[in-house]
Write a protein that binds this ligand. Sequence first.
Ligand SMILES: O=C(O)C(=O)C[C@]1(C(=O)O)C=C[C@@H](O)C=C1
Length: 271
Amino acid sequence: MKVAYLGPVGSYSYEAAKRYFDKDQELVACDTIDDVFEAVEENEVEFGVVPVENSIEGSVSTTLDYLLKSQVYIEKEIILKVEHYLCAKEEKKQILTIASHPQAFSQCHDYLRKNFKQAKLIQVSSTSYAARLCAEGEVDGAICSPFAAEQNNLKILAGPINQDNNYTRFFVITKSPNFKKGDKNKTSIIFSTYDKPGSLYKILAIFNLYDLNLTKIESRPAKTNLGEYVFFVDIEGFVDEEDVSDALKVVQRKSTFFKLLGSYSVILPDE
Ligand SMILES: O=C(O)C(=O)C[C@]1(C(=O)O)C=C[C@@H](O)C=C1
């Protein structure tokens, strides 16, 4: 079985994939999140692993947009504690350019403002690719994990340099889902509603009626007209539970658009 992830080896997406899949699965590195979704959609791989949300920086919009437009489902959620380090080829090198993923730069914003206000920040597709560029001498420093630093023979100059409580959620996506219940379960949907007073309130009232806890609600542009939105909602509970399935039936009836993204269990971070 093949599993696509945002590569190269040593990205946090790689670490997330390693947490869920065992050695028998072949991990296939992709250059971008778009490539991961396309590899799954085009049946080149059975599964993909993509970052979806970070506790400091919020949602990964590319992932949300693909969840909306592609025919893939969420099979599992993996939460990782993310600790970023500033790494370089040599300890004494002056750091004028630093490469990393935009999410990682945001998660280390305070440290960078304080210590590297003058440095040029170069956004690249993943933290492990940043480590590779640094090893190749393209940039002076990289923000990445200790594992990515080790893979690329980089030295750790400082870290963890991210803000506290830095966690990222990853989804395992697939075209043929096998919704399996675990200890901690969630169900994710996308819906849109009418452009009328109280429409969103009425949908939220359904969750209230069935006593369901929402763990996330976020609006994204529907990409139709300015001011039209879709809502991404995560609900605590599994689709085979009566309250969840009954609530979703009513939500679907009251929505102008409805998509079930999946019902899945969550792998919590190692502390
Ligand atoms: O660059 C990586 O290592 C990734 O897996 C991407 C990503 C992200 O997009 O959120 C994953 C986890 C961290 O929050 C920073 C970057």
